[in-house]
Structure formats: C-alpha cells, structure tokens
Design a binder for this molecule. Structure first.
Ligand code: GN1
Ligand code: MG
Length: 348
C-alpha cells in the first residue's frame, strides 16, 4: 500500500514508514526519505464522507495565510504529482502528506500551566489570524459536528434502540445527563444570539494538535480536518475538557480527575491574549459554560457510542466507551462544583 501512496506524491518508494501519534479517527504515519521527514495521514472515510472538502478547506486557509500572514508557520499539504490536494487510492482510501516541521514535537498530556497557556494561545491565534477570512467559504466537513441538540437526540435514540444490557448498566449516567439538559438549551440560545459570531474554528483543540518548539513555545496548530465555521465555545471548551484534569478521558480511576484552577487561568490568559479583542462582551460571559458544553457533549457521544455497540469510536477492550463516558461525567461534575470559582478567575 505505502509504495503506491508515496509514488503519488513523488516520494521514494523505499522511504521508511512508521506508525505515529494517537488520534482516534485518522491513521497517521511518519515517513523518512533520506533524512527528510513527512507526515502521512489516511482520512477516515466513515467519518468524513467528503475527504476532498477537507483538502479544499486546508488549501484555502493555506493560501490566505501565506498572503496575509506569511510569518505564520502553516504546514500545507503537498500536492500529488498530478496536482491534486489529496491522493485517492482504490480500496485503500484518501491520503495526504505534510512536511514534518523540524525541531517540533507534540505532547499528549498537559503537564504545566505554561503548556496550557501556549496551546490556548495557538488556538486563539489561529482563529484571530483568520478573522478576515470569509468563513462561509469553508466547506462543512462534518455536518452538525458540534450541534449539541442533535447529539442529544442521537443519545435519546440510542437509549431507545441501542443495546439494552448496556442501557441498564448505564442507568445512573443516563439519568445524570438527562438532568443536565439545560446545557443543551443554552447552546440553542447561543446559536440564535447575534452576539455570538461564527469564526474559523478548529473543533479539536486537544493538546496533541499543537506543535511546540524545543523551548516549549507553541508553533502552530495541526490536524485541520474539522476546521469549519463555528463558535469559540468549541475550542475554548475542548481545551478545558482536555487540559484542566491531570488525567485523560481514558482514565478509569475517577479519583484522579480534578480541576486544576491554575490551568484554567492559563487557558483563559493564553486564549484571550489573541482573542481578547475579537470576542464580544456577551461571548466573554460564556467561557466557563464552554467547558460544560464540550465535556457534556463528549460524555453524550461516548455513552451514545457505547449504547450503539461502539460503532463510531471503536473499543480496545470491553466497556472502553463506558469508561470514557463515566470519566467525562465525573469531569463535568467537578467543573460544575467549581463553576463559581472558575468564574471568579475570569472576573479578576
Ligand atoms: C476524536 O481523532 P481525534 O482523537 O483527534 C473526535 C473528537 C473527540 C475525540 C475524543 C472527528 O478526535 O471530536 O473529541 O476523538 N473527532 C471526530 O478523544 O469525531
Ligand atoms: Mg488529533
């Protein structure tokens, strides 16, 4: 398979290829062609029904940034030898390649407030540098991706039609999530509120989607499949979801989940250092809500998938999506417990 792909991009067929990274959706490999390194990715076609839409978006952004902000480091995908933005290989799928950015690295777990600050700054910077970009030109690569009302109705359908054994086992979580339905209605109000702006939004602001340099300064954001028009709560909220707690969504021991306030401060400072002048005063009131929104949505998505027998996320062991959902429910409870405290940090 790799020979064919490399050939499409004019890379030597005997370059070395090894598996890379930890994403749940796409496959990623690191290629080494005589010391030149590249990242190869296969787009998950079950998730992204129109992979060329992603490639088109990335190239539009790339052109805009090159013209307006030439100093911004943006890993543009390579064209194929026939000039396409992506390669399609029969029976294998859709592939793209980027040059690997030298002296850059990613991290999987946020282990200091300064890392959180740097990452948040990069996500803010990405949106703010693209504030002049006509956001409606972006193709919707995943329709309704962060539409919480839809996620909630998918959850209700899974409760009715999904695996009934798993439903019984999840009763406590289901009841908690139903009790928190106000989070869904607030998100509905947001989408009808003209004070909330649609901007170029990353939609997957996990720490491992940021490249750091050797001095641990943020360089740029990567993994742009889900870049679409969206609300800032998606990116700010996913940072809260993934940086506040010292353990990830995979952690089974719930006692390890905690909300590190100094990390919240760092996320807010980093993000607002770039987005402070972009956000409207009304939007700024929803920073803490953003975290509840994203953690709630992720809990719904993991639990829905568990009830649907793991058809979306898959599972490496029995009950993995139950563990993930339970973890996110616990995280949500802890954010709610500290809501006032977090709000006070913003108000300083
Ligand atoms: C997926 O592939 P990855 O790990 O970057 C998912 C995100 C979830 C995340 C949970 C397209 O992202 O929305 O937050 O898993 N991406 C898609 O780990 O569904
Ligand atoms: Mg990723």
């Amino acid at each position: 398979m790799f020979r064919k792909i490399l050939n499409e991009f004019g890379i030597e067929p005997n370059a070395s290829v090894k598996s890379f990274g930890s994403g749940l959706i796409n496959n990623t490999w690191l290629i080494n062609e005589n010391g030149n390194e590249f990242i190869l990715q296969r787009i998950n076609q079950h998730v992204f029904k129109d992979p060329f839409a992603i490639a088109t978006n990335i190239h539009l952004l790339c052109d805009h940034l090159k013209e307006q902000h030439p100093d911004y480091l943006f890993p543009c995908p390579l064209k194929t030898i026939t000039g396409d933005n992506m390669a399609f290989i029969e029976n294998e799928g859709y592939f793209r390649i980027f040059a690997f950015i030298k002296n850059s690295h990613t991290v999987d777990v946020v282990s200091s407030p300064s890392q959180a600050y740097e990452a948040a700054k990069q996500f803010g910077r990405f949106t703010s540098l693209l504030s002049e970009f006509p956001v409606d030109k972006l193709k919707i690569t995943l329709p309704d991706f962060h539409n919480l009302s839809l996620r909630y109705s998918q959850f209700e359908t899974a409760i009715k039609k999904g695996n009934q054994e798993r439903f019984k086992q999840s009763a406590a979580m289901i009841s908690f999530l139903k009790d928190q339905k106000e989070i869904v209605s607030i998100s509905g109000q947001i989408s009808n509120n003209p004070d909330f702006k649609k901007r170029v939004t990353h939609h997957d602001s996990k720490i491992n989607n940021v490249l750091f340099d050797d001095n641990n300064k943020g360089l740029c954001v990567v993994d742009l499949d889900t870049v679409m028009p969206g609300y800032f709560i998606s990116d700010f909220g996913d940072m809260m979801r993934t940086y506040l707690s010292p353990v990830s969504e995979e952690e089974k021991d719930l006692s390890k989940i905690e909300i590190r306030e100094e990390y919240f401060k760092a996320i807010a400072q980093g993000y607002l250092s770039e987005m402070g002048n972009e956000l409207t005063p009304v939007e700024k009131k929803y920073l803490v809500y953003a975290g509840k929104f994203m953690v709630y949505m992720q809990a719904l998505r993991f639990l829905t998938d568990y009830l649907n027998n793991d058809i979306y996320y898959g599972s490496k062991y029995e009950g993995q999506n139950f563990v993930r959902a339970n973890n996110q429910v616990c995280l949500l409870k802890k954010i709610i417990e500290k809501e006032k405290l977090l709000q006070d940090i913003i108000n300083i």
